[in-house]
Design a protein around this ligand. Structure first.
Ligand SMILES: C[S@@+](CC[C@H](N)C(=O)[O-])C[C@H]1O[C@@H](n2cnc3c(N)ncnc32)[C@H](O)[C@@H]1O
Length: 284
């Protein structure tokens, strides 16, 4: 087994944010062609709840941030909304534009949206706020582009013990004795906001009213080897925990994964993995 820890020890916050953003954007660029038919099937489990929470329907002008492969974009169009979708990564923008031809899809990094104040009735972001380098500035930017009375809805992942579909990877790492690989950011800047209280405080801090945070849970039924492949081809931080290992250690992590997911076997070759997300909503 390897044990490599070479994280910077005295890094200023701006340096960490820049390193985190570069890590994320590079990772998502490499996932843009494989995301949709894998991890994108999991995130779709929260899309209806997000669209409902933001009040997306006929004639509503909605901004989507971190649109990925465009599944939520297409669902918003299907509700009769006027949709502008954005993503930091050109490869994702191209995939989303093909998936949702009726939407305006463009590259934009959050924070730093290229739209005027009060331009939209609603804003949605599915599992993007946990990937941004500056969550406070990102939510403030969403408040800026919403009209007064407009609704925001954002999702992040729920607590590890109820979100087994993803937490199984760090659990397998721990069970196999593997170390966190060098170069993987030690935390997400969103970490302090990743529980219901913190997520709500984040939205209130940007001036949102009527803030609510609710947990959504569902089950992801899938062949366990396929899920391992989907995690590798559709996540950035999670997959880097495996990709950064040597071959022997990666094989040990996979064996630990196999043991852990076997607890969720359904007898038909698949596993039923619990998934949990938080949906935070607020009014501008
Ligand atoms: C987990 S994927 C979610 C994609 C999609 N919303 C979904 O539900 O499947 C995260 C997406 O956020 C994008 N992203 C990451 N950081 C971003 C940022 N700072 N601004 C805009 N998009 C970002 C990534 O390129 C990626 O497409």
């Amino acid at each position: 087994m390897t044990a490599r820890h070479t994280q910077p020890t005295h890094e200023d916050p701006a340096g960490f944010q820049a390193r985190f953003q570069a890590f994320e954007h590079d990772g998502w660029a490499r996932r843009s062609q494989t995301y949709d038919d894998g991890f994108g099937l999991l995130t779709a489990g929260a899309h209806t709840a997000l669209l409902d929470a933001a009040g997306v329907g006929t004639g509503i002008s909605v901004l989507e941030v971190g649109c990925g492969s465009g599944r939520l974009t297409a669902a918003a169009l299907g509700r009769g909304a006027r949709v502008t979708a954005t993503d930091a990564v050109p490869g994702m923008v191209a995939v989303a534009a093909a998936a949702a031809p009726g939407a305006l899809v463009r590259q934009a990094v959050l924070p730093g949206l290229p739209f005027p104040e009060a331009a939209f009735d609603a804003a949605v972001g599915a599992f993007v706020i946990n990937h941004v380098a500056e969550p406070e500035a990102a939510v403030a930017d969403l408040a800026r582009v919403l009209r007064p009375g407009g609704r925001v809805a954002l999702s992040c992942w729920g607590a590890a013990e109820r979100n087994v579909a993803q937490s199984v990877v760090p659990a397998a790492l721990a069970a196999s004795g593997a170390a966190r690989p060098a170069g993987v950011p030690e935390r997400s800047p969103f970490l302090a906001h990743s529980d219901p209280d913190g997520f709500g405080t984040l939205l209130r801090g940007a001036g949102f009213r009527e803030v609510r945070v609710e947990e959504l849970s569902w089950i992801h039924r899938i062949d366990p080897d396929r899920w391992w492949r989907d995690l590798l081809s559709g996540t950035v931080l999670t997959s880097s925990l495996i990709e950064g290992q040597d071959r022997e250690t990666a094989a040990a992590v996979k064996r630990a994964y196999d043991r852990l997911v076997a607890e969720y076997a359904t007898g038909d070759g698949r596993v039923a993995l619990p998934v949990a997300a938080l949906i935070a909503t607020g009014t501008r």
